[in-house]
Design a protein around this ligand. Structure first.
Ligand SMILES: *[C@@H]1O[C@H](CO)[C@@H](O)[C@H](O)[C@H]1NC(C)=O
Ligand SMILES: *[C@@H]1O[C@H](CO)[C@@H](O)[C@H](O)[C@H]1NC(C)=O
Ligand SMILES: *[C@@H]1O[C@H](CO)[C@@H](O)[C@H](O)[C@H]1NC(C)=O
Length: 547
């Protein structure tokens, strides 16, 4: 009897495996997108109909924490580890900096390749380009069309940083001079649609579209979209915000076209699409792009909620329960085990990671596998923050506290255009699978996804003087510092923080290498560490060993 049962069970398991092919996995990463920039969180000012459609048909991830800045966030996404455990916790990698995500780390596309996936990166990398071993095609991606540094001008594809300036756009290892002058988001969209169209459905697809939008570009014109798009947003009086809306509109359009391409090529019904920002919006100060995190506090590169609570939604017909707001605590490091598990990988081999497999959590609306998030510990900047259950401890701050406030409070004016959502490219593709909710349902989801804060009884926090404590569940806007009224919880949090602090790996930042200056290399950012500068001919290349 027992034997029969075992045989039956294994036959059923086999059957399951045969009928459910591994899912296609599509990651769409927005750069520096703010909490309140998308319609589904309450903004009426900018319309994001395709992103909204995806979010309403899927699950809105209301407590999805990311790292406060690009490189650490992408490192966590790729490795399943906190940046403090890979030495990636302090700031970004510069184009001429001789470092990258440590080569000892095995990353998401490598794991998925072992499961038979075709893997493509379109857009931004930002995890190191010093030597070819650090480049995406040496780290599990079959192809890469895009750039390797942190940001580019959307048309000329150059990056000005650290007193250097260079072109940064490639197709695999070739410099993509032919794409000069073409709008970056359109390039990514066309490339993504091409990858999907040409994909052989007998193997699963892993496609990562890492946008340069809505990151600011170079100082001469930091925010750029095609001129005609700005006209859609004439109701926005602040010119920079209007242009930002144009950049975001193009990103939203791209999301629609990717979803549509998946549907027309018969892949959508078996896909998992994660949309997320890498960090909070740069509403003011460093890298300002006129984004808005309101009513959340702070900006990109701060540990306030506005810096680390990332806009995100997950769509998949494979989710058991769809069209809702998920309030479970999640961290960007959870995606490695979650996606690897959903792809059929054996999650138990992923030792030594900080992420949790949250597939069941999200699919069936169960309790989160985690009860805490370490937002960062960075001795160089003297900042640290940790959330345990509803409590958040924050110690120190960046920029002497200059960007610790609530920016762009007036960004909610305007009219929410629900018909735009229903008619969007994404909604029409999703409707073909019968998964698009109706307008009433959408409005109730939107209400649940809008953060509302009362500004009564503010208790000031001075994080440079003493650690602050917030109850994030009741006070998501970090208005009431409870450090004095909850001394026991404060003590417990500080103890936990110092425990975690013992596990920190020192940051692996290196000074920028003058030899990496694009001026020596035909005005190009690339894997300069594989080459030597000739002394007699400082602009010439002595030995070549390109990827
Ligand atoms: C897709 O891949 C399978 C298995 O490798 C192969 O048999 C088939 O011919 C391929 N289809 C196309 C259209 O290339
Ligand atoms: C709370 O009040 C401050 C000071 O008036 C204001 O700057 C901020 O925007 C308000 N924050 C929220 C979340 O309403
Ligand atoms: C972490 O430990 C280092 C010494 O190893 C210490 O200097 C630092 O203050 C600690 N930081 C926190 C947040 O506990």
């Amino acid at each position: 009897m027992l034997l029969l049962y075992v045989m039956l069970a294994s036959a059923l398991a086999l059957c399951d495996a045969l009928v459910s092919n591994p899912p296609n996995i599509v990651l769409i990463i927005a750069d520096d997108l703010g909490w309140d920039d998308v319609g589904f969180h309450g903004s009426n000012e900018i319309w994001t109909p395709n992103i909204d459609a995806l979010a309403y048909a899927g699950v809105i991830l209301q407590h999805h924490y990311v790292a406060p800045i690009c490189t650490p966030s992408r490192a966590a996404l790729m490795t399943g580890k906190y940046p403090i455990h890979t030495g990636m916790q302090h700031g970004v990698i510069y184009g001429a900096e001789p470092r990258g995500l440590p080569l000892s780390e095995k990353i998401l596309p490598q794991y998925l390749k072992e499961l038979g996936y075709k893997t493509h990166l379109i857009g931004k990398w930002h995890l190191g380009s010093y030597k070819k071993e650090y480049l995406p095609r040496h780290r599990g991606f079959d192809s890469h069309t895009g750039f390797i540094t942190g940001k580019i001008d959307m048309y000329d594809h150059t990056n000005a940083e650290k007193g250097m300036w260079g072109f940064d756009f490639r197709r695999d290892s070739a410099v993509a001079h032919d794409l000069f002058g073409k709008y970056a988001t359109d390039i990514y969209t066309n490339e993504a649609v091409k990858v999907i169209r040409e994909h052989n459905g007998s193997v699963p697809l892993f496609l990562m579209v890492a946008h340069s939008a809505v990151h600011s570009g170079n100082p001469y014109e930091p925010i750029r979209a095609p001129e005609h798009v700005y006209d859609k947003f004439n109701h926005i009086k602040d010119r920079q915000r209007q242009k930002f809306a144009g950049v975001l509109w193009k990103l939203d359009e791209s999301v629609g076209k990717v979803v549509e391409a998946l549907q027309t090529n018969g892949l959508l019904h078996n896909s998992i699409i994660l949309f997320t920002t890498d960090n909070g919006g740069a509403a003011a100060g460093f890298n300002s792009n006129a984004a808005s995190n309101f009513p959340l506090r702070g900006v990109k590169n701060t540990l306030w909620e506005g810096g680390v609570r990332g806009v995100s939604a997950l769509f998949s017909p494979r989710l058991v329960s769809n069209s809702r707001v998920a309030t479970q605590q999640l961290h960007i490091s959870d995606w490695l085990p979650t996606l690897y598990g959903a792809a059929g990988g054996d999650v138990s081999i992923l030792s030594n990671i900080d992420g949790f497999n949250q597939w069941e959590t999200l699919s069936k609306d169960l309790k989160s596998k985690r009860s805490s998030v370490v937002h960062n510990i960075d001795e160089n900047w003297g900042i640290a923050a940790i959330t345990i259950d509803q409590w958040k401890l924050i110690s120190g701050t960046t920029y002497h506290g200059e960007w610790d406030g609530w920016h762009n409070s007036n960004r909610r004016d305007g009219e929410y255009k629900i018909d735009l959502i229903m008619q969007s490219t994404a909604a029409r593709a999703i409707a073909k699978l019968g998964l698009m909710p109706d307008k009433n349902k959408i409005m109730s989801i939107r209400d649940a996804a809008s953060v509302k804060c009362s500004n009564d009884s503010v208790i000031i926090c001075k994080p440079l003087e003493a650690p602050c404590l917030f109850n994030i569940k009741e006070d998501p806007c970090e208005l009431r510092n409870l450090a004095e009224s909850e001394p026991e919880i404060l003590h417990k949090m500080l103890t936990e923080l110092s425990e975690v602090n013992r596990t920190v790996v020192p940051p692996n930042n290196k000074p920028v290498d003058p030899h990496g200056d694009p001026k020596y290399w035909g005005q190009l950012y690339f894997n300069f560490g594989d080459f030597e500068l000739s002394n007699s001919n400082p602009t010439g290349i002595k030995s070549c060993n390109n990827s």
